[in-house]
Write a protein that binds this ligand. Sequence first.
Ligand code: BEZ
Length: 211
Amino acid sequence: MALRLGDDAPNFTAVTTQGTIHFHEWLGNSWGVLFSHPKDFTPVCTTELGYVARIKPEFDRRNVKVIGLSVDPVDSHVKWEHDIEETQGTAVNFPMIGDPDRAVSTLYDMIHPNANDSLTVRSVFVIGPDKKVKLMITYPASTGRNFDEILRVIDSLQLTAQYKVATPANWRDGDDVIIGAAVSDEDATTLFPQGWTTVKPYLRVLKQPNR
Ligand code: BEZ
């Protein structure tokens, strides 16, 4: 059955470019981003992996481990990594899973047969330290992903895990936030003594609490 938000992120053992990993053990207490690309030695994927390598310090800063995957084997990934470094200017600095038997792709429903019956689509999963799936996005093979958006969502997930708030459209770290709908005004007075602005009874805006 397909994965849904809040489900346990399936555990697996896999061979990667940085050795064999047991996924949950590898994640430890970190957040995780697991993302698939359709195939090695393809142009869009080359730019994506180079970009993720370049912004890896942003994932590190947020205590997020990043791991890629395609249905090609690890020896192919390793050869391709030379091209990625040469063309994108950054060496791949995170593991990539080789999944020729599609074991992990199947666990995470990364092969969508009506798009392509043998290649993984561009899936992204964000996994929390509790090993639950927090975000899933699926892109078509022809569209490179916006990894800055993934960082933005991680900022929101980490903030909303800590405070009873939600983040509005196009929110970025530091912008005003919204008091969660389930929080009464009475409870909000205790939770947010700094106060808030009531735009409508259901739309209460406040400064980002940890700023
Ligand atoms: C690419 O990464 O460029 C790509 C991969 C598979 C299908 C189409 C494009």
